[in-house]
Design a protein around this ligand. Structure first.
Ligand SMILES: [Zn+2]
Length: 364
């Protein structure tokens, strides 16, 4: 399979448009036309990971953390990023990273944490903002079915567990073509009234071009009238962190022990125990303490995340138990998400997990 094929699919499947502004996800190294025979999923891309890829004849590394995060002005091997980059290029290995978009998309890192903990009734803790658009267009009655289907097939019209969502109102449109036109109905130079359907639907902002292309191709008019509105609504199916419930109450200390075994976390740091059972848990893979307010507001008994500083533990203020299980540990299952998606789409594609432990933190 060509590198471009798997990258384009990944860019759409785990929408690259969802990544945070500071991030650098996507194809970071490699000729898009190169042939990929075997890929390796890794958490970080280090020199050891590249050595492992070479030894196991993988020509692509798919990582969670991007190999290149800050701009590189020299390539002299002065630091581990530069040396790793030189090594991937020398060995003809492609690198694709799927970082904050893997955190944010609907089946992402936090959702996986919730599944491993056994949470149900899971919802997003901080839903995605500014990604929803409303599309309104006007279609002659006899063409509404084909236009609607084309727009839906391009990805518009999905709300929660429902797809093909739209609103349709009958009305009358008018138009007059100039001498250069070839009107679908009526005569050029004469005003024409046409029975039309005002068709409204919703779409994610990153699908805009695809949806509009499908609309224009399916619509019978030479010049298609459509309106796009940016919505204030949050996109509830994606975002950072999530919150859900356990099937039964668990004692605080027992729950922390369970976390230690699920995430193989050797050094969980936690705030002052509150003395109440854990029923509802909020989670955010990686550095998620910025969501503490949302976690408290959600009514969660515990917030599980990573990278907490000393003062962050004070901010729990006895309202919630806060647990730092470690950055690496909190995202330990991120590779599984990528693996499952790839195997589902390309069942015969050779993909393996890296066996290199890249956690830079050691515990006594
Ligand atoms: Zn991370």
């Amino acid at each position: 399979m060509k590198l471009i094929e798997i990258c384009s699919w990944l860019d759409a499947e785990v929408p690259i448009a969802f990544q945070e502004g500071y991030d650098n996800s996507g194809l970071l190294a490699g000729d898009p036309d190169m042939e990929i025979r075997k890929a390796m999923i890794a958490f970080d891309v280090t020199e050891s990971v590249v050595d492992e890829a070479v030894a196991t004849e993988c020509d692509m590394i798919i990582s969670h953390h991007p190999l290149i995060f800050n701009p590189i002005k020299k390539l002299t091997g002065n630091n581990s990023t530069e040396r790793t980059l030189i090594k991937v290029v020398k060995n003809g290995i492609a690198v694709y990273s799927c970082h904050t978009n893997l955190d944010i998309f609907g089946e992402g890192v936090s959702r996986k944490m919730a599944a491993k903990i056994g949470l149900h009734n899971v919802t997003v803790l901080s839903p995605l903002k500014g990604h929803l658009l409303k599309l309104v267009t006007y279609v002659p009655e006899e063409h509404i079915d084909s236009v609607r289907n084309a727009v839906f097939n391009a990805g518009a019209g999905t709300i929660g567990n429902y797809d093909m969502c739209s609103y349709n109102i009958e009305g009358t449109g008018s138009f007059r073509g100039n001498p250069d036109t070839n009107p679908f109905k009526g005569e050029k130079g004469e005003m024409h009234f046409e029975k039309e359907i005002r068709f409204e639907t919703i779409m994610l902002a990153h699908l805009r071009n695809k949806v509009i292309k499908a609309l224009v191709e399916a619509h019978p008019y030479e010049d298609v009238a459509y309106d796009i509105y940016r919505l204030e609504n949050d996109y509830l199916q994606a975002g950072l962190g999530c919150v859900g419930e356990l099937k039964k109450d668990v004692d605080e200390m027992q729950f922390l022990k369970n976390l230690s075994s699920i995430f193989k976390a050797k050094g969980i740091r936690y705030s002052k125990p509150i003395g109440k059972k854990i029923r509802k848990a909020a989670v955010c893979g990686g550095a998620g303490i910025g969501l503490l307010k949302e976690a408290i507001k959600s009514g969660a008994d515990i917030f599980i995340t990573a990278d907490l500083k000393y003062h962050d533990f004070f901010n729990a203020e006895n309202k919630i138990l806060v647990a730092d299980i470690g950055h690496f540990e909190s995202e330990i299952f991120s590779g599984e998400i990528l693996y499952e998606l790839i195997i589902k789409k390309f069942p015969t594609f050779a993909v393996q997990f890296s066996q290199t432990n890249t956690n830079p933190i050691n515990y006594l």
